[in-house]
Design a protein around this ligand. Sequence first.
Ligand code: PLP
Length: 409
Amino acid sequence: MAFLNKQSDGKVMVDKVFKAAIKAREAKVKFGDENVVDATLGTLFDEHGTFVAFDSVWGPYETIDKIQKAKYAGGIQGNPTFRKAVYEWLFGEFDEEIQCEILATPGGAGAISSTMKNILNPGETVIKPSQGWGPYKTMATEFGLTLTSYNMFKDNKFDVENFKDTLSSVMKQQKKVLVILNDPCHNPTGYTMSENEWDQVIAFVNELSAQGPVILLNDIAYVDFNNKGPAWKKHFLKYKNLEPNVMAVIAFSTSKTMTAYGARVGAAIAITSNKEELQKFINAGIYSARSIWSTVNNSAMELFTLVTTTPALRETYMKEKQQYVDLLKERAAIFVPECKQVGLDIYPFTEGFFVTIRVEDPSQKEALNIKLQNNNIFTVEVDGGLRIAICSVPKRKLKGLAKRIKDIM
Ligand code: PLP
């Protein structure tokens, strides 16, 4: 006899990142911190190995009144001031207005999972990138969805043709498409799509929407660590050119943007010219919110609003964040060319928190990961490779790392 229902009986969460991080922590205790390369965690660490919590964010947090910290949010959809601040953060750089609805969510994860839940029926298929964030799979399973992937790369570029074929085939079967694009600074490869690749994607989904609705879920968890800075956000203007049968849902997160991972605040921003469907999507999102997480963290919404809308605080924050964008660039400038020099095959990298070594055969990947662990190098197994989180490895440990890995291989 089982206590659980059929859908939940046997569910066990195995998080590869946390599992690998525990092994790395044990090795540090045994062999000493300096002798271990812990490239497992997707959070920022400085050159001294200290977890980064921006002073420009967590300083102002202390000025927030205790009642604001204790209170419930001002509404299930999220505080109006927070939603306005999110709009300004993403779209404030340009003059054109973007017609959208915003739902505050517990992190980017809340935005992605509630979109999956409300767009597809159980048994239907969600499309994800061939290399992708692990929880996409967990979320799909949670809602009884199946998954299929588009191949991300061909000749070191985004594989537009495979993207089109994959979407066409799903559209043929279910007359609706939900596809995830994690851009810019893709986790786990660090790839950022070019303007031209995006233009091809937009043109194609517009064309495909003649056969059924297309929902494009743009996961921008790392957007504020791209090298172009706020200028990248001009990208969002492309969503003004969507056909009425296409909706873009941007999954925004303050986790990386504010180094506020544990504060659990993000947003789903839906954009479509189809006003009726937009209203239905936000209504369903608010309903899901109330029934699953209720409301999000009030003090973290207040904090994001305070830091991003107070000019002096915003300026200090932008400066502090830029130091880490630069640090990531410096780390990548050590590791990526060294990979090329020693012939260590990595996926196309542009920027961001991660670089991934290409190991397509799953058994080879596992074997290599174990060998690396035996040499005190800790990575995370991801689809098609081993992820090196350069966000958490100091420059001195990245020097020579590519050669060490190649030799171990
Ligand atoms: N999407 C990607 C690709 C991520 O790597 C993460 C966090 O690691 C998220 C979304 C969402 O994170 P959170 O729910 O903490 O905002």
